[in-house]
Design a protein around this ligand. Structure first.
Ligand code: SAH
Ligand code: SF4
Ligand code: F3S
Length: 484
């Protein structure tokens, strides 16, 4: 279903089709023609580089951008010295934005030495009007700017950009459309993300995602299953179902379906050995889901369950809709039903009004749940969110001290949790040659832990048994066990 349209058969003298995705295939063919002509004039192929910031959703979106660039005839290069550079941006915390401006400063110089260079920006940061104003004023060298809702129109915008010398800006406030079946170029041949829903309706008071990604929209289960089948046919054995709150999947569909029911359907797809998902909101995690995870041979032994804060008072101010006790009960139930599960989480420190007592509640939950890993964030004020105008912003020094104390506890727990598997044999999906030592391979266990072991690169993409010999804190050194 993907990459299957014959571009050569499209007649570019005709008007572009109105219907999607046909319209975008027309523009891919158009880009191909324009890129071909330019390459001929220059006597070399045109190159591209995609830089991705942010979460798994953005990573998946970047695979869609890459798919279109490849079909348009660009050749990928590993650095930003390219003819077309695109940043897929994130704005979840202030430092995500700062990174983009930092990179842009460097690109300005690169563009001076390559007159054929084009620069594009897309993603969540572009959905903020003040960002676009700033770019319009001070970053005139950026050629193309678009947002999250019209990413499916990338080919059309790219064609426009290649034909015009003007700065092109196209940002939508929202969309109900889900345009599928456009080309995708996966980063890994053996694993892939699969979007099951877009947007978020939760409006946690600190979070900008609902404003930049729009309202929650679920894909139809049959479309999702069809995509998983085609991935399996293409050699993918591990999929990750993606959504900001997968537990509320399907609630707004014409024929509502639960996330647990979707998992059951996904599990039936032959060739898929592992199923992961991101992210689960604790308020919507059902018993049915725990049951499916427990019974399943394919759903991985890993649950990412963001806590954000251990204080019921702060959770209320965050609009998270669960209490400390409800969260603890839930994690207890999960550990009771699925004892070998790894639990990971996200925690914010320094939310407005957080006192030392509130923070102690967070440490208490971390001690009790014993996370396998936790991503800890310093609260970042996002303009337009309710928390940004709350009083009692916590002084920076206090936040820093809390952050350091939390991190120390999280790391201590994670070491102990990681060590509990020492000496066992685990199935791992072999992902790559080790970055630092090419005699080693790196594989991922069902619980998301990594193990490095001697082996041949030909094994990449396969699932093998590996003995976990030495725990190195957050990962293992191991040995391949032959004769499965
Ligand atoms: N949808 C997911 C999270 C998406 S954002 C969920 O609800 O769990 C990923 C993480 O970034 C969040 O879990 C939160 O811990 C963190 N985050 C979001 N907004 C933030 C902010 N304003 N400051 C600091 N961290 C933030
Ligand atoms: Fe943000 Fe909350 Fe939605 Fe997650 S659930 S994306 S934290 S608003
Ligand atoms: Fe960032 Fe957008 Fe993801 S703000 S975390 S890239 S949804």
């Amino acid at each position: 279903m993907q990459n299957n349209m014959d571009l050569k058969s499209l007649d570019l003298k005709q008007e572009p089709p109105v219907k999607e995705p046909e319209r975008q295939y027309y523009y891919i063919a158009k880009c191909r023609e324009l890129v071909g002509q330019k390459a001929k004039t220059l006597g070399r192929s045109l190159t591209y580089h995609v830089t991705t910031f942010g979460c798994q959703m953005n990573a998946r979106d970047s695979e869609k951008l890459t798919g279109i660039l490849e079909q348009a005839g660009f050749a990928e290069v590993q650095d930003e010295q390219a003819d077309f550079v695109i940043y897929n941006t994130c704005t979840v915390r202030e430092n995500a934005n700062l990174k983009v401006y930092g990179h842009l400063g460097l690109l300005k110089h690169a563009k001076k030495s390559n007159p054929h260079m084009h620069i594009a920006l897309c993603g969540c940061m572009m959905q903020e009007p003040e960002v676009v104003e700033k770019l319009k004023k001070s970053y005139r060298f950026v050629d193309l700017i678009f947002g999250t809702h019209n990413i499916f129109k990338f080919a059309e915008l790219l064609a426009k950009m290649l034909e015009s010398g003007e700065q092109i800006i196209d940002i939508w406030d929202g969309t109900k459309e889900i345009v599928e079946e456009l080309p995708v170029e996966r980063k890994y041949p053996f694993k892939s993300g699969v979007n099951i829903m877009f947007g978020c309706n939760n409006f946690c008071s600190y979070c900008i995602v609902p404003y930049v990604r729009g309202r929650e929209r679920s894909r139809k289960p049959e479309d999702i299953v069809r995509e998983i089948e085609s991935l399996a046919a293409d050699g993918v054995s591990e999929i990750m179902l993606l959504g900001q709150n997968v537990n509320s999947y399907g609630k707004t569909l014409k024929d509502p379906v639960s996330f647990a029911a979707l998992l059951r359907q996904a599990e039936k797809v032959e060739g898929i050995a592992r199923i992961r998902f991101m992210t689960s909101h604790p308020k919507d995690l059902s018993d049915e889901l725990i049951q499916v995870m427990k019974e399943s041979k394919k759903v991985c032994r890993h649950l990412h369950l963001p806590l954000q804060s251990g204080s019921t008072r702060i959770l209320k101010a965050m609009n998270r809709k669960y209490t400390k006790e409800q969260y603890l009960d839930l994690t207890e139930k999960i550990r009771r039903e699925i004892p070998d599960i790894s639990l990971t989480t996200d925690i914010i420190v320094g939310f407005p009004g957080e006192t030392e007592e509130d923070f102690q509640e967070t440490l208490d939950v971390v001690r009790r749940v014993c996370y396998d890993n936790a991503y800890t964030f310093i609260y970042s004020k996002r303009t337009g969110t309710p928390a940004a105008v709350m009083e009692n912003q916590v002084p920076e020094e206090e936040v820093k001290s809390r952050f350091d104390r939390l991190l120390a506890l999280v790391q201590e727990n994670a070491r102990a949790q990681t060590a509990r598997f020492a000496g066992t044999v685990q199935e791992v999906l072999i992902e790559e040659v080790n970055e630092h030592d090419s005699s080693l391979l790196t594989g991922r266990m069902s619980n998301n832990l990594l193990v490095h072991f001697p082996g041949d690169a030909a094994l990449i993409g396969s699932i093998r048994n590996v003995r976990l010999d030495v725990c190195k804190g957050f990962y293992y050194m191991g040995t391949l066990v032959s004769n499965l």
